[in-house]
Write a protein that binds this ligand. Structure first.
Ligand code: PRX
Length: 660
C-alpha cells in the first residue's frame, strides 16, 4: 500500500474555495466548520440531538439521543416517533414547496414527466393505500425490483409511509440473487415491472422474478405488483400477480403516515462482503434521515432554487440517500433518469444538464472516465459543445477518483468554477462521511478531504494505534453516528465481527478501506483491504464470484482477484481449474464465454469476469492455501519478485501468466 500512497501524496495542486461560493454557502468558511466540529467534539450525542430537533418533523419528540448500552448495537433517538415519508412529503404541504417540481423524470427515449410535491404526495398515498388494502402493514418486508422511475421512488416512499421495510434489488442482479434476497429478508411483497428500458433496449424484470419463484422457497410472498413500463406481455399468476394500476385503482389520495420509532428499520440493502453471502445492511428511520438531510445541506450546499441530479440507481445506497430520501426531505427539485450516459450518444449527461438547468451534479468516477474516452473519440459530444453554465457544484462517489479524471471533470464540466465534492462513504454508513465542504475546504484532486461535522475518522495500524500523518493504515470511525448500519439482517454476529472486530477490542468501526492522511490532515482513500472489489463503483466480493464459478459443472477450483482498469477502476480476473484437462486456443475461449455468462446468470452482468485464465492448478502454499497475492501480480502482468519457494507448485505461475 505504501508505494501507492506516496504516488498520490505527490499531488500538489490545490484549488482554493471560490470566494463567491463561500459567501453564499450553507457552511461558509473554516471558522463555521470548526465551530460545528467543536460543538460535536464537546458533546457528540447532544450535537446530533440538536440537529434532529431542528431538521426533522417528529410525531413524538425523543427524550434521549444516543443509547450505547448494547454497543456496538447503537440506538439513536429511540423513544422518538416519526414517519420518513411524512418528512419527505407531508411537511411541504401548505408551504410554497407544495406546488414546486419534486421530480423531473427523463425516460430513456427522452420523454419528460414532471411531478410536483402535491402530485408526488398523492401518488405515494394512493400506492400506500393500495398496499394497505392488500393487508400489508408495519414491519412487513417488500422486495422492490424496479427500473429508475417515478414508480421506484413512489414504491419506496409508500413502504416508508406504512412502516414496511423495503429491500431494493438493483435491476442488473440476476434471478439467483433475487431469490437469495427474497428469502433472507423474508419478503411477503414484491414490486417489479414488466421490463426496464436502458440504452434503447428492453430488458425483462418480471421474468427474473418468475425464475426466482421457480427456485422454490418464496411461498411467503403473497402479492407481486407489476408496473407496466413497456406493456410487454408477461406471465401473471392469478391470485398472486396484479398490475400497478390494479393496486391503485379506486384508492384514496390520502393515507395517514404510520408513526414509527426512530429505530424502526427503514430498509435493508444487500451489499458484498468478504464471504460469499451478501450482507443485508439494516438502516434506521430517524438517524438515517437526519444525515441524509444534513449532507444535502452541508455537502451539496442545497438551496431552494437548485436542480439536483444524482445519477445513481435506486438499487444502490446512493440512490436511497440522494434520490429517494435526502432531496425530497429537503424539498429539492431533482432529476430521475432512466437511461445510460452513452445513449443515444455520449453527450446525454451534458445535454440533460443543459436542458434541465441542473445546478448540482453527482456522479461516479467510472462514468467520468468512460466519458473522457468518449469525448476524445467523438468530439461532437465533448462537454464543451453544451451549455453547462447552470452548474455550480459537482460531486463524485463510489471509488477513488484519479487526479486526471478529477481535472477533466473540473475543467470540462465544471468550467473551472464549480467545486468538486469527492464524497467517501459506504452502504453501511448511510450518508456522506468524509468529503470537502464546498464553502470551507480547498480541494486537492483525488483526496476526499475532511470528515463531516460530528464524524471522527482516523487511521490506525494492525494494533489499533493511530498512525502518524503520511503513513497508510486502516480507515476507522471512532464514534457512532446516527445514520450508521444497525446490524446485518438475520446475522448480528457477522455485524460485530465485520465492523467492530476483536482485533481492535471493538473500539472502532472498521470501514474495510486502506487510507492515509497528509500533513494538512486530508484523507486519501486507497481502496478496499479485504476481499471486496470495486468495479465501476459496484461492490463485489471475490468469494461470491468464486462460489458462482465453482457451482458450474465444468469447474473444479477458482480464484478471483482484481486488477486496475482505466475505465472501471478495477477489473475482475478469474483463475480457473477445470475438472477436465486444461483447455487452450478456441476451446479455452469458448469455455471462458460459457463461464462468463454463467456468472452473469448467477449474480448479474456486473460480476462477469473481464478475463478468465485456465491452469492445471492454482499457486498454493504447502498447507493448501491459495496465494492470492501472487495471482494479483500475475493478473496485473507484474513480475513476481517474492520468494516462491514455499509454493507447492511454483511452475504453475508460468502457466497462468499466459492469457486465456
Ligand atoms: O472502498 C470505498 C469505495 O466504495 C466502498 C463502499 O461501497 P458501497 O457500499 O457500494 O457504497 C458506494 C457508494 C457510497 C468504500 O468502502 N468508495 C466510496 N466512495 C469513495 C470510495 N473510495 C474512494 N473515494 C470515494 N469517494
Amino acid at each position: 500500500m505504501s508505494a501507492q500512497i506516496e504516488s498520490v501524496l505527490q499531488e500538489e495542486r490545490i484549488f482554493p474555495v471560490p470566494e463567491a461560493f463561500a459567501r453564499q454557502a450553507n457552511v461558509s468558511g473554516m471558522a463555521q466548520y470548526e465551530a460545528l466540529q467543536a460543538e460535536a467534539e464537546k458533546d457528540n450525542a447532544g450535537f446530533w440531538a440538536r440537529l434532529a430537533r431542528e431538521n426533522l418533523t417528529w410525531i413524538k419528540p425523543f427524550t434521549r439521543s444516543l443509547d450505547e448500552s448494547n454497543a456496538p448495537f447503537y440506538k439513536w433517538f429511540e423513544d422518538g416517533e416519526l414517519n420518513v415519508s411524512a418528512n419527505c412529503l407531508d411537511r411541504h404541504l401548505g408551504t410554497p414547496v407544495e406546488n414546486e417540481t419534486a421530480i423531473i423524470f427523463e425516460a430513456d427515449d427522452g420523454a419528460i414527466t414532471r411531478v410536483t410535491y402535491r402530485e408526488l404526495y398523492e401518488r405515494v398515498c394512493r400506492f400506500a393505500s393500495g398496499l394497505k388494502a392488500l393487508g400489508y402493514k408495519k414491519g412487513d418486508r417488500a422486495i422492490i425490483y424496479l427500473p429508475m422511475s417515478i414508480q421506484g421512488v413512489v414504491a419506496m416512499q409508500a413502504c416508508a409511509r406504512l412502516g414496511i421495510i423495503h429491500s431494493v434489488v438493483f435491476g442488473g442482479f440476476s434471478s439467483k440473487s433475487l431469490h437469495e434476497r427474497i428469502i433472507d429478508v423474508g419478503a411477503t411483497l414484491v414490486v417489479t415491472a414488466d421490463e426496464q428500458v436502458r440504452g434503447g433496449r428492453n430488458i425483462p424484470l418480471k421474468a427474473a422474478i418468475d425464475e426466482a419463484f421457480a427456485m422454490g422457497g418464496c411461498e411467503a410472498v403473497r402479492k407481486v405488483i407489476v408496473y407496466q413500463r413497456t406493456g410487454a406481455k408477461v406471465a401473471m399468476e392469478s391470485g398472486r400477480d396484479i398490475t400497478w394500476d390494479q393496486a391503485i385503482e379506486g384508492q384514496p389520495a390520502e393515507c395517514a403516515p404510520e408513526p414509527v420509532s426512530a429505530e424502526h428499520p427503514l430498509f435493508v440493502l444487500y451489499t458484498s462482503g468478504s464471504t460469499g453471502k451478501p450482507k443485508g445492511v439494516q438502516h434506521s428511520s430517524g438517524g438515517f434521515l437526519l444525515q441524509a438531510v444534513m449532507s444535502m445541506k452541508w455537502t451539496f450546499d442545497l438551496k431552494p432554487e437548485d436542480v439536483f441530479w444524482c445519477t445513481a440507481d435506486i438499487g444502490w445506497v446512493t440512490g436511497h440517500t440522494y434520490i429517494t430520501y435526502g432531496p425530497l426531505a429537503c424539498g429539492a427539485t431533482e432529476i430521475v433518469f432512466e437511461g445510460i450516459p452513452t445513449w443515444p450518444n455520449s453527450g446525454r449527461f451534458w445535454e440533460m444538464i443543459a436542458r434541465h438547468k441542473v445546478t448540482i451534479f453527482y456522479t461516479a468516477p467510472t462514468a467520468i472516465r468512460s466519458l473522457v474516452k468518449a469525448g476524445e473519440t467523438s468530439p461532437d459530444h465533448h462537454p464543451r459543445n453544451y451549455d453547462l453554465s447552470s452548474l455550480r457544484l459537482l460531486g463524485s462517489v463510489g471509488e477513488p477518483i484519479n487526479p486526471e479524471a478529477w481535472m477533466w471533470y473540473y475543467t470540462n464540466v465544471g468550467g473551472e468554477r464549480c467545486p468538486i465534492v469527492d464524497t467517501w462513504w459506504q452502504t453501511e454508513t448511510g450518508a456522506h462521511m468524509i468529503n470537502p465542504l464546498p464553502g470551507v475546504h480547498a480541494l486537492k484532486p483525488g483526496s476526499c478531504a475532511m470528515p463531516l461535522p460530528g464524524i471522527e475518522a482516523t487511521i490506525v495500524d494492525e494494533t489499533g494505534a493511530e498512525v502518524e500523518r503520511g503513513k497508510g493504515g486502516f480507515l476507522v470511525i471512532k464514534k457512532p453516528w446516527p445514520a450508521m448500519i444497525r446490524t446485518i439482517w438475520n446475522d448480528p454476529e457477522r455485524f460485530k465481527s465485520s465492523y467492530y472486530p476483536a482485533d481492535f477490542q471493538g473500539r472502532y468501526y472498521v470501514a474495510g478501506d486502506g487510507a492515509s492522511r497528509d500533513l494538512d490532515g486530508y484523507f486519501w482513500i486507497m481502496g478496499r483491504i479485504d476481499d471486496v472489489l470495486n468495479v465501476s463503483g459496484h461492490r463485489l466480493g471475490t468469494m461470491e464470484i468464486e462460489s458462482a464459478l465453482v457451482a458450474h459443472d465444468l469447474v473444479a477450483e477458482a480464484a478471483v482477484v482484481g486488477r486496475p482498469d482505466d475505465v472501471t477502476g478495477e477489473a475482475i480476473v478469474a483463475f480457473v481449474v477445470l475438472k477436465g484437462p486444461r483447455p487452450s486456443g478456441a476451446e479455452a475461449k469458448e469455455v471462458a464465454t460459457t463461464l462468463r455468462n454463467w456468472v452473469g446468470k448467477e449474480i448479474g452482468p456486473i460480476a462477469k469476469p473481464k478475463e478468465i485464465r485456465f491452469g492445471e492448478n492454482l499457486p498454493k502454499t504447502r498447507s493448501g492455501k491459495i496465494m492470492r497475492r501472487l495471482l494479483r501480480n500475475v493478473a496485473k502482468g507484474e513480475e513476481v519478485t517474492q520468494d516462491v519457494s514455499t509454493l507447492e507448485n511454483p511452475a504453475i505461475l508460468d502457466q497462468l501468466k499466459e492469457a486465456s
